[in-house]
Design a protein around this ligand. Structure first.
Ligand code: ADP
Ligand code: MG
Length: 592
């Protein structure tokens, strides 16, 4: 069979000691809170293997010493002792298996919490880049893998070492010559193990990615299931899924070919090893350098030499699987949130609401510049409109104000202070955003409104719903505010969802509002209800209305026209019409 090559998309991080030390060091601190459990389970594993290696020694003494002397009481005592050892080792094994797994699970839960907490801190640009399915797979499968290693790893390592060293010591004591001869093949076995390490690690890492791809394919396809069905694209989806699934299968099969080679080689060594004991034993017995009972005892001990090796190899395998998973976990934790508070960030309870955007240029990572030297001003309590064709950069500009992305040059000031100088929490607390398609969480209407301010009272929540023109509708539902909205709010119409999103903002009571095409996706009837709610919402607040339909912006105090990321005109509706420029052209195109 040709040697298997794992796909090239796997980054090959060099497995240096430095790197292992860093990753393992980070991993070790997850043991700290559970050190008691760790000691208990490792202690029991050590007791288990420590006692197990005594058994052949007892048998040896019975045959070699007590049997020739016909000392039957001692023989019975040996049998009794073996029985006691068996009971003790079983009890130790129970505690070890049970609490070892508890330890692993608790560490897994801690890591999952850390990962989730960190994800919540990362900026929009991370989520623009990363697929949901990939993130899901990091937070589930990957961590389960790590939990397995977390308790099996140290246990296997320590108890195998103890068994190996203890076994060797007893054998040296029984017959040094026979022992030394049987050590000869060790380097070969270690070399064999070493040879396969790198290959397995790359393989497991590749497999991990492929699982992530499967998750992300499923996630995407299920999210878009309405599009899939309406375009009759089920077959296409199935075939695309088949492709990722088979890529995964291919990688897994590759790993198994490596693993099989590794294991069969290892088995050859281990069987050969037992044979070596017997062969060398017989010859040494012939020359009078060993006794039959010694050879028999050595044969029993050969299991305690080979078993640790097997276990160590298993450990190596698990270590590689877990390392590849832990790397993926660690990678995310190492990502620094791009947007963070300055050390002396300003805390603001509310804003007067004076906004000024000064010479702002911006590009997303990996795109050309989207906004070029944009400047605009909104006085406190006034309404400013931002119009322009689709793709002009309106939404982008809106996303810069709450610092969802960081600007590259220029500045945005609220009440005369640069937004980068505010505490992020207080900046965002004071800005309300209503988007074209609001996101509702899969929960009740109440929860979705309360999202605007989890500390609000029931009365405040109902008041917000009334202001947003949604209360009457909610009351008409059999379960009122306890009605479930479904995933992404599928059980509601566009207008209803939008009004719930507006109720949220009412509850949040921000000083500055951004409406990004808030009514563009609605039919005329829902639009008038939403429009009414929005008008109530903007009273007394600085508002930025982003729109491509101009009917909604006529009444704004100042209108800015954005074209290909540049402000080309600004003024009131009447002034801009009189200018006879870009605004006039847009206005006539829509013929209101
Ligand atoms: P508008 O809201 O005026 O229709 P947008 O601000 O949404 O325009 O988009 C402006 C440009 O920025 C478009 O060319 C779009 O492709 C690009 N763009 C928008 N969002 C992202 C993003 N998250 N990553 C990269 N490019 C983006
Ligand atoms: Mg937009």
């Amino acid at each position: 069979m040709p040697p298997f090559h794992f796909s090239d998309d796997v980054e090959k991080k060099p497995l240096t000691w430095e790197y292992i030390r860093k990753v393992v060091g980070n991993f070790v601190h997850y043991y700290h809170p559970h050190i008691g459990l760790f000691r208990l389970s490792v202690g029991c594993a050590l007791v288990n293997s420590g006692l197990t290696i005594l058994v052949p020694l007892l048998v040896y003494r019975a045959f070699q010493i007590y049997l020739p002397a016909k000392n039957y009481p001692m023989i019975w005592a040996v049998i009794g002792a073996i029985l006691v050892l068996m009971i003790l080792t079983s009890a130790a094994s129970y505690i070890n298996v049970r609490f070892g797994h508890v330890l692993g699970t608790r560490m897994e839960a801690d890591m999952r919490n850390d990962l989730f907490r960190h994800l919540q801190k990362l900026s929009f640009s991370y989520f623009d880049r990363e697929k949901t399915g990939h993130i899901m797979s990091r937070i589930t499968n990957d961590l389960t893998m790590i939990a397995e290693l977390a308790h099996h790893g140290p246990e296997d390592l320590l108890s195998s070492t103890l068994m190996f060293i203890g076994g060797c010591a007893i054998m040296l004591y029984l017959n040094p010559l026979l022992t030394l001869i049987t050590w000869l093949p060790f380097p070969l076995i270690l070399f064999w193990g070493y040879m396969f390490q790198g290959k397995m690690r790359t393989g497991f890492r590749a497999a991990r990615r492929k699982v992530a791809e499967i998750n992300s394919r499923v996630e995407n396809s299920i999210q878009g299931i309405r599009e899939v069905k309406s375009f009759n694209n089920e077959r296409r989806e199935i075939s695309r899924f088949r492709q990722v699934n088979s890529r995964y299968r291919h990688v897994r099969e590759g790993i198994f070919s490596v693993m099989a080679m590794f294991h069969s080689g290892l088995q050859f060594f281990i069987h050969g090893y037992s044979l070596l004991f017997v062969g060398v034993g017989i010859i040494l017995t012939g020359y009078g350098k060993a006794t039959v009972v010694e050879v028999m005892t050595f044969f029993m001990y050969s299991k305690y030499i080979t078993m640790p090796m097997f276990r160590l190899v298993e450990f190596a395998e698990q270590f590689h699987m877990a390392l590849s998973a832990y790397e993926r976990f660690y990678e995310v934790l190492q990502l620094k949130p791009e947007i963070e508070d300055k050390p002396d960030a300003v805390k603001a309870d509310s804003f007067r609401g004076e906004l000024s955007v000064e010479h702002v240029s911006f590009k997303y990572s990996g795109t050309d510049e989207i906004l070029h030297d944009v400047s605009l001003k909104a006085e406190a309590g006034r309404t400013v409109a931002l119009v322009g064709e689709s793709g002009a950069g309106k939404t982008t500009l809106g996303a810069l104000i709450p610092r969802f992305y960081e600007i590259h040059s220029g500045s945005i000031k609220i009440d005369g202070i640069d937004i980068r100088d505010y505490e992020l929490r207080s900046l965002r607390k004071n800005i309300g955003v209503v988007r074209q398609t609001p996101f509702l969480f899969d929960s009740t209407i109440r929860d979705n409104i309360m999202f605007g301010n989890p500390d609000a009272t029931e009365e405040e929540m109902i008041e917000a719903a009334k202001e947003a023109n949604i209360c009457d509708f909610v009351m008409s539902l059999p379960q009122g505010f306890d009605s479930q909205v479904g995933e992404h709010g599928v059980r509601l119409s566009g207008g209803q969802k939008q009004r719930i999103a507006i109720a949220r903002v009412f509850l949040k009571k921000p000083s500055l509002l951004i409406f990004d095409e808030a009514t563009s996706a609605l039919d005329n009837e829902s639009e008038s209800l939403v429009q009414e709610a929005l008008e109530k919402l903007c009273k007394g607040r600085t508002t930025i209305i982003i729109a491509h339909r101009l009917s909604t912006v006529k009444h704004a105090d100042v209108i800015y026209c954005l074209r290909d990321g540049k402000v080309v005109e600004h003024g009131s509706h009447a002034e801009l019409l009189a200018k006879n420029g870009y605004y006039k052209m847009l206005y006539e195109m829509h013929t209101f």
